[in-house]
Design a protein around this ligand. Structure first.
Ligand code: WQD
Length: 351
């Protein structure tokens, strides 16, 4: 079995990708310092779904010696899928150095190991953020890379550039996967998103408001030049994103790549407004959402969605989940978290 290293394997997209890799016959190890994820929740969830217990190396990728030791111990790595990074846009504006240090030092340390241990393939978790505010939508992989709206976006642009330059002089072939807006949860309800603190992203803000964890939420602006005034995004189910990573690894292993650093948009190709997303949630959950119309959020892109034809054709990627399934699974996961929290609270009250 080909062995794949998944960094950030205890995170939202990382854990779902590990499930998909295991279901497609790969052996997987995870590297995750668990500074922003829970090893027990992720590894237990993966085990409940696949009946396999994954090993997680709880190390900080900014520490080169610790990172190198993982590859010293696992000599037969066929590829790396690199998710581990900080990804909160607002936080990156407040703490730029933290973001540049964490997201870039970890990538540099990994690439030093790719070089030393001759690891043949590398898949990089990038983001539609690299497009900034696009002049034309849908965006293709050839759409211009514009000024990053945040340090988070800048670290994704720099990460892409590092890989493009690295892949020119190394035998390692890479792929840059530009996610649009990953949402939802695994249909088994054993894995899902675990936002830390008040959720920044729309869908967890919706589900936490609906379950009563948040008293209310705001729609950040309905005065944009869009069909209903609210921002347009390309929401895509986390399981569809996960499977695209398995396809990307297979594409590299079968040497189907066109260049040493191919790029793919991972979006559905459908633009959905914030209000449309909320209305779909209400339809799926039967819950009337308590939201108010607020002011615009600084740094927000007005409208972006993907032209995903390259990924569909070259990776043979088939998108399975629609917006209804995204909302259904996100809601089921929130209800499970709420029930488990209530049980834990009752348990602690009893002791
Ligand atoms: C979506 C829309 C908000 C919360 C970011 C990153 C991207 C990716 C996903 C990592 C916007 C509106 C949100 C709320 C709202 N991150 N919104 N009320 O900003 O498109 O993308 O997260 O992979 O790289 O840039 O996602 O979910 O934060 O916002 O109205 O309480 O929902 O204004 O229009 P975003 P988001």
């Amino acid at each position: 079995m080909k062995k794949i290293v998944v960094t950030g394997g205890c995170g939202f997209i990382g854990s779902h990708t590990i499930v998909d890799l295991l279901e497609n016959g790969y052996e997987v190890i995870s590297i995750d310092d668990n500074s922003r994820s829970s090893a027990s929740i992720a590894l237990d969830g993966i085990e409940k779904i696949t009946n396999k217990r994954i090993k997680n190396y709880q190390i900080d990728l900014k520490n080169f010696d610790d990172t190198r030791a993982v590859f010293q111990e696992n000599k037969d790595i066929a590829g790396i899928i690199h998710f581990a990074a900080y990804k909160a846009v607002g936080e990156s504006v407040a703490e730029p150095l933290n973001y540049y240090e964490n997201n870039l030092f970890s990538l540099i340390n990994l690439l030093k190991c790719v070089d030393e241990f001759k690891i043949p393939h590398f898949v990089f978790s990038s983001s539609c953020t690299v497009y900034g505010n696009p002049d034309h939508i849908p965006v293709t992989e050839q759409s211009p890379i514009k000024e990053a709206e945040s340090p988070y976006g800048a670290t994704k642009q720099m990460g892409e550039r590092m890989l493009q330059d690295f892949s020119k002089v190394q035998n390692c072939t890479s792929i840059l996967l530009r996610y649009f807006n990953p949402v939802g949860a695994h249909p088994s309800n054993h894995l899902g998103e675990l936002p830390i603190g008040r959720p920044m992203n729309l869908v967890p803000a919706i589900t936490q408001t609906a379950i009563g964890k948040l008293p209310n939420m705001q729609v950040y602006g309905t005065d944009y030049d869009t069909r209903d005034g609210s921002c347009v995004r390309d929401y895509i189910h986390v399981c569809d994103i996960a499977h695209a990573h398995t396809l990307a690894i297979a594409y590299l292993l079968q040497q189907k790549n066109t260049t040493n650093c191919d790029i793919f948009n991972l979006g559905t190709g459908n633009g959905v407004t914030v209000l449309e997303a909320i209305h779909m949630f209400e339809k799926v959950s039967g819950v009337k959402l308590n939201y108010e119309i607020g002011g615009r959020r600084p740094g927000d892109v007005v409208a972006i969605y993907a032209n995903n034809e390259l990924a569909v054709q070259k990776l043979s990627w088939k998108i399975v989940c629609d917006l209804q399934e995204m909302m259904r699974t996100a809601w089921a996961w929130e209800q499970k978290l709420h029930k488990e929290a209530a049980v834990l609270k009752e348990h602690s009250l009893m002791n």
